[in-house]
Design a protein around this ligand. Structure first.
Ligand code: ZN
Ligand code: ZN
Length: 280
């Protein structure tokens, strides 16, 4: 990789384990050229892992101070991981990752990445057991991500598949490793149609002359591999191919919540991107 970066980094201001300074020191140690901080933006219905509005001010102040302090050693950027439903201040950041962490259905916010059994319960309770209807709602929101968040990077595009390789609990209470096969069949035509429509909206259809004015990067996010949820990054290879077919571009990120995660699985991710024809 010519330039080693991660623009997806959390700290103790949100749900990260390490301070911003510790993350910067680790990034320097690992030979990074740049580190972008992306604290979770505020959502008023769930403050469990996001920054409070007050914390985001303190976060910004500290990152800007560190940017100055470390300017001869590493480039530091102050961004946000901006949730689809965030009420945070949208301007004044170096960059933004746009992420869909919740699907809004029947007036409630369903967290798609919190736990497999929460997701499964929501499918049963709000979608009459039809997981693809949930995926359709998820990707319908994803298709609007640029409009909603003005993001520069699309975060973990297929986060909805986070637990596809994990254990989850059936309504009977039985914990099933991998369930009866994956919760979502990623080759299912309804699933493919849902993400294809979102990509068409974000990047334009393959070969289209009229492309959206602002076309964000898509992250190849290695965070869920580090945390043991997946064996491959977000998004899937099929989706990466579809991004490539639309002339989209990618950036490798760690989604790091601790110093160890920085740069994890980067060589493999670089190989994957290169094999699919992306230039990094
Ligand atoms: Zn996220
Ligand atoms: Zn994140």
């Amino acid at each position: 990789m010519r330039v080693k970066t991660s623009f997806h980094t959390h700290t103790t201001y949100c749900d990260g384990v390490n301070t911003a300074r510790e993350m910067i020191e680790a990034a320097i140690e690992k030979g990074f050229d740049a580190i972008g901080f992306s604290g979770h933006s505020h959502t008023d219905f769930d403050e469990s892992y996001a920054m409070s509005l007050e914390d985001s001010r303190l976060y910004k102040r500290e990152i800007l101070e560190l940017k100055e302090e470390y300017k001869d050693k590493i480039k530091v950027f102050c961004g946000l991981e901006y949730d689809y439903f965030s009420d945070e201040w949208i301007t004044g950041w170096d960059f933004k990752i746009g992420s869909v962490h919740y699907v809004k259905k029947d007036g409630i916010y369903i967290p798609v990445d919190e736990a497999a059994d929460i997701l499964l319960d929501a499918v049963i309770e709000h979608y009459a057991g039809d997981v693809y209807a949930l995926c359709e709602d998820y990707y319908a929101q994803m298709g609007n991500i640029v409009k909603k968040t003005e993001c520069d990077i699309v975060g973990h595009f297929d986060l909805i598949t986070k637990f596809n390789e994990s254990c989850f609990t059936l309504p009977t209470g039985t914990i099933v490793p991998g369930g009866n096969g994956p919760m979502i069949d990623e080759k299912d035509p309804r699933y493919v149609a849902a993400y294809t429509a979102a990509l068409d909206k974000i990047l334009g259809e393959p070969g289209a002359k009229d492309r959206p004015e602002k076309r964000p990067l898509f992250e190849i996010n290695t965070g869920a591999i580090y945390r043991g949820y997946r064996t491959a990054p977000y998004p899937s290879e099929d989706i990466l191919r579809a991004i490539k077919a639309r002339g989209g571009r990618v950036i490798i990120t760690s989604d790091a919540h601790d110093t160890e995660a920085l740069g994890f699985w980067y060589e493999e991710a670089e190989e994957l991107a290169t094999r699919l024809g992306f230039k990094l």
